[in-house]
Every structure is written in structure tokens, then in C-alpha cells.
Design a protein around this ligand. Structure first.
Ligand SMILES: NC(=O)c1ccc[n+]([C@@H]2O[C@H](COP(=O)([O-])OP(=O)(O)OC[C@H]3O[C@@H](n4cnc5c(N)ncnc54)[C@H](OP(=O)(O)O)[C@@H]3O)[C@@H](O)[C@H]2O)c1
Length: 289
């Protein structure tokens, strides 16, 4: 039997690269590693080269042409994608007032709309084969929102909602759908968080209304990311487990804190839950002054 074909988006760095390493090390799959055209050179830097089971393809997920061409060529050569891992994404750090319509579209295009379009392209061949797996990398931010992360949380909540619908829609074809929710990952991920034009100004200017929001949240998130024992490898192994499980759950925690926040949300009454989180915000007494 030929190996199942796995497509990973955003495999040039971070979690996507780690998932790629875990999948390649298993020798059980044919894997298509994709990256934006300008990031393709990183594969060679990481010692990853093409062979019979590893294909390297350029894909900016926001490009309809690139998405269409890639999936058509995989269908023609290999009969379609068996496991789609929608990992590529980015994070805007900005309060709602600092997010323009253009910023909002950019965040939604990358974290929500493009993964949905990729899913739509992969589904006809999966339905025909009556099997397949779709693994969407969400976030703890997909079930709870933090200040300065509004548009990121919105994009992951959208991903979660649509994926939950998909779970029901695709079950009749034996296509499995899972959201993996990482929380904080011990990485330099915070260095890659982007600011919008307005949030960049607000975080620099001490006189800005939201200056305290930014400096406190930035310091807090950086500290927690340094302290957490969960790494990209922890999450990548959880993704691999989902790939290997016959009937994976719809939602899978990627890190220990994701388990903690899920339990907290499930068992603590809403009013108390939000109050606890609010009073835990760093230096909250200074915000808004
Ligand atoms: N790190 C965390 O703490 C954390 C927590 C929860 C959820 N997540 C989720 O995990 C996923 C991976 O995040 P990460 O931490 O590994 O981030 P990362 O290190 O910044 O890697 C993101 C990857 O996505 C790619 N990417 C971004 N925009 C793209 C586009 N338009 N087309 C194709 N590729 C694109 C990047 O490519 P370039 O190198 O070309 O930019 C990079 O390979 C994301 O969905 C993120 O929301 C991460």
C-alpha cells in the first residue's frame, strides 16, 4: 500500500517545522512541506531536502492561484491529500481600537479564510476515497480571548466554529476533523508577533491610552513563554498522535495550560471565570489611568 500523503502549511519555521520533523522521522508518510516562496531556502538551512517521501513546494496560503495549482498537481500525481495540516498563521498584538479594517482582513485571510479554502480544495478527493483527516492548528485563543489579542482570537474562534461544523458535515464520509489547541509554547514566538501600525505607536508612546495594556501584556506573555515546559516538539507530538488515532477528538489540547484553561472554562461559572482572569492581568490597577 502506498504511503498516505500529508500536506503541512507554514512548515518553514516554528511548530510547522517541528511537525514536519516528527512526521519525517516516522518514515510512515509521504509529506508535502510548504512555505512561502521567500522562505523556501530555510528547508536547506534546516537540512531538509527532497526525496521520494519529502516534497518541498512553495505556498503562500493567501494566494488562490498557488493553492489551486498545488492541490491540482498533488491530485494529478498522488491522487490527492490524505491528511491536511493547516498550521500556517500569524498573530497581531493589538487592542480593538488599534485594528484597522485592513489589519482585520489580513489576520482573517491568513488564519481563517485561507485554511478554509485549502480544505475546500482537498475535500472532493477525500470524499471520493471516503477517508481523510483535517487537522487545524487553533490556539487556546480559539476558546478564550486575552486583551491585546482581539483580532487573533477572533480568527481562531472563526476557525473553531467552522471546524466544529465540518466535524458533523464530514463524518458521513469517514473524514476526521480535529482542532489542536496549543497554549503557551516555550519559544521565541513572541518575537514574531506583529503589531498593527496603530498598536506599534500605542506600545511605544507612554502617553497613549493603551500603553499600559501593551507593556504589561508583552512582558507577561514573554515571561510565561520562557517558563512553560511545553515546546513545539510537545505540540508536534500531539499532532502526530492525532494523525495516528483512528477516531481523534474534535478538540485536542496542545499543551498543559490548554488543558488547564479548558477545565477552568468548563467548570467555573462565567462571571467568576472572567473576574478571576481580569484581576490576574498584570498591573491591572494601572490600566486606563
Ligand atoms: N507559538 C505559540 O505559542 C502558539 C500558540 C498557539 C497557537 N499557535 C499557532 O500555531 C501555528 C504556528 O505558529 P508558530 O508559533 O509556529 O509561528 P511561527 O514560528 O511564526 O511560524 C508560522 C509559520 O507560518 C508561516 N506563514 C505565515 N503566513 C503565511 C502565509 N500567508 N502563507 C504560508 N505560510 C505562512 C510562516 O512562514 P514565514 O516564515 O514565511 O513567515 C511560518 O512558517 C499558528 O497557526 C499559530 O497561531 C502558536
Amino acid at each position: 500500500m502506498s504511503k498516505q500523503l500529508v500536506l503541512i502549511t507554514g512548515a518553514s519555521a516554528g511548530l510547522g517545522l517541528e511537525i514536519a520533523r516528527v512526521v519525517m522521522a516516522s518514515n510512515q508518510y509521504r509529506v508535502v512541506l510548504t512555505a512561502r516562496p521567500n522562505s523556501m531556502g530555510r528547508f536547506a538551512d534546516e537540512g531538509i531536502f527532497e526525496n521520494e517521501d519529502v516534497l518541498l513546494r512553495p505556498l503562500d496560503i493567501t494566494s488562490a492561484d498557488m493553492r489551486g495549482e498545488l492541490i491540482a498537481s498533488i491530485e494529478a500525481q498522488y491522487g490527492g491529500v490524505d491528511i491536511l495540516i493547516n498550521n500556517a498563521g500569524f498573530t497581531f498584538r493589538a487592542v480593538v481600537e488599534d485594528v484597522s479594517e485592513e489589519d482585520r482582513l489580513q489576520q482573517m485571510n491568513t488564519n481563517f479564510r485561507s485554511p478554509m479554502e485549502l480544505i475546500r480544495l482537498c475535500l472532493p478527493s477525500m470524499r471520493q476515497k471516503r477517508q481523510g483527516k483535517i487537522i487545524n492548528i487553533s490556539s487556546v485563543g480559539g476558546q478564550m480571548a486575552m486583551p491585546t489579542m482581539a483580532v487573533y482570537s477572533a480568527s481562531k474562534h472563526a476557525l473553531e466554529g467552522a471546524t466544529e461544523s465540518l466535524w458533523y458535515e464530514l463524518k458521513p464520509w469517514n473524514i476526521k476533523v480535529t482542532l489542536v489547541q496549543p497554549g503557551f509554547i516555550n519559544s521565541k514566538g513572541f518575537e514574531k508577533v506583529r503589531k498593527t501600525e496603530l498598536s506599534s505607536l500605542s506600545s511605544k508612546e507612554t502617553s497613549s491610552a493603551y500603553h499600559q495594556h501593551y507593556i504589561n501584556m508583552e512582558t507577561f506573555i514573554e515571561k510565561v513563554m520562557h517558563l512553560t515546559p511545553s515546546t513545539s516538539t510537545t505540540v508536534a507530538r500531539n499532532v502526530f498522535k492525532v494523525m495516528r488515532t483512528k477516531n481523534p477528538k474534535l478538540r485536542v489540547a496542545g499543551t498543559w495550560d490548554a488543558v488547564f484553561f479548558t477545565l477552568m472554562k468548563r467548570f467555573i461559572p462565567q462571571r467568576i471565570y472572567h473576574a478571576i482572569l481580569y484581576y490576574l492581568l498584570p498591573n491591572i490597577g494601572k490600566w486606563g489611568k
